[in-house]
Design a protein around this ligand. Structure first.
Ligand SMILES: Nc1ncnc2c1ncn2[C@@H]1O[C@H](COP(=O)(O)OP(=O)(O)OP(=O)(O)O)[C@@H](O)[C@H]1O
Length: 276
């Protein structure tokens, strides 16, 4: 669905995406990484809103650098940007309809039905005729999600989709995405990744440093996590948990009570390795 070879994008001296090679296949794919790792830049290229400087990119088997193929991709792609450019004077209905028009859906009756479908999916039908400027932040995020879902795209590119959503709406988002064909989503929320993603990429400094399943990511920390009731100065990370015990990451001392790692442990260990 998304295939890249040595894909590169620089802003001045910063190589935001640095020779990234990946092939996603179907399903929900999570993109993790610290602030500034290059996730948004990679997603913007996958959404055809930013052209690469170098490397190859294929989306849905098509080449976005060719104008004709780019149009076809855009028809079959939904994109939720990190800062959605919603028009405050529009209603959610107007906004979704406008996106449908941009996707060249000329049949008004179809557009009406589709607007209702996507607004129902994000539970916004009761406010669909209110001005966007009067909606809460989480509601606006759901309008942007509805826009991305117009036309039931073959490929969804979502930049932090759960941003600002309450726990109920996060659950709703999970069930929506689990029925979508291919989704590439960035997130800082690791529980979102364990709940949703079949595959996960972790980026650091413009490069993909890990590819695998969420279980593979947690597996990086097998035998490297232990708990006791004191801080451990030799651990690479130590933190107090809600049960009042300390959790440590690193090389456990002899006799330590080693515990099963979580996805967070795997990610933190990987992040630590990247920066030492
Ligand atoms: N339009 C731009 N002009 C200049 N530099 C940019 C631009 N967009 C991104 N960058 C730089 O590229 C790097 C990667 O940024 P990017 O937004 O892709 O990271 P990110 O992983 O999405 O971060 P975050 O988690 O904070 O959203 C950063 O160093 C950023 O400052």
């Amino acid at each position: 669905m998304i295939e890249t070879t040595a894909l590169t994008k620089a802003f001045g001296r910063t190589r935001a995406v640095d020779e990234v090679t990946l092939s996603t296949g179907r399903g929900v794919i999570g993109l993790l990484g610290p602030n500034g790792a290059g996730k948004t830049t990679l997603l913007r290229m996958a959404a055809t809103v930013l052209a690469p400087d170098a490397g190859e990119l294929r989306l849905l088997g098509l080449d976005p650098s060719r104008a004709g193929e780019r149009v076809e991709i855009r028809r079959r792609l939904g994109y939720l940007p990190q800062s959605p450019g919603l028009y405050p004077g529009f209603t959610p209905y107007d906004m979704v309809d406008y996106v449908a028009v941009l996707k060249e859906h000329t049949d008004r009756a179809w557009r009406r039905q589709e607007a209702r479908r996507v607004l129902e999916a994000v539970e916004l039908t009761d406010v669909m005729h209110k001005k966007i400027r009067s909606l809460s932040g989480g509601m606006r995020q759901r309008v942007a999600l509805a826009c991305a879902m117009v036309g039931d795209p073959d490929l969804l590119v979502l930049d932090e989709p759960a941003n600002g959503l309450d726990p109920d709406q996060r659950l709703r988002l999970r069930s929506l995405l689990s029925t979508s064909s291919t989704v590439l989503m960035s997130t800082h929320n690791i529980s979102e990744v364990s709940a949703l993603c079949q595959r996960v990429y972790v980026m650091f400094d413009g490069r993909i440093r890990f590819t695998g399943t969420p279980a593979d990511l947690a597996g990086l920390a097998v035998g490297r996590v232990w708990e006791d009731d004191r801080q451990d100065p030799d651990a690479i990370r130590s933190w107090l948990t809600s049960t009042g015990t300390y959790r440590h990451l690193g090389h456990p001392p002899s006799g330590a009570q080693v515990v099963d790692p979580t996805l967070d442990d795997g990610y933190l260990l990987l992040a630590r390795k990247e920066h030492t």
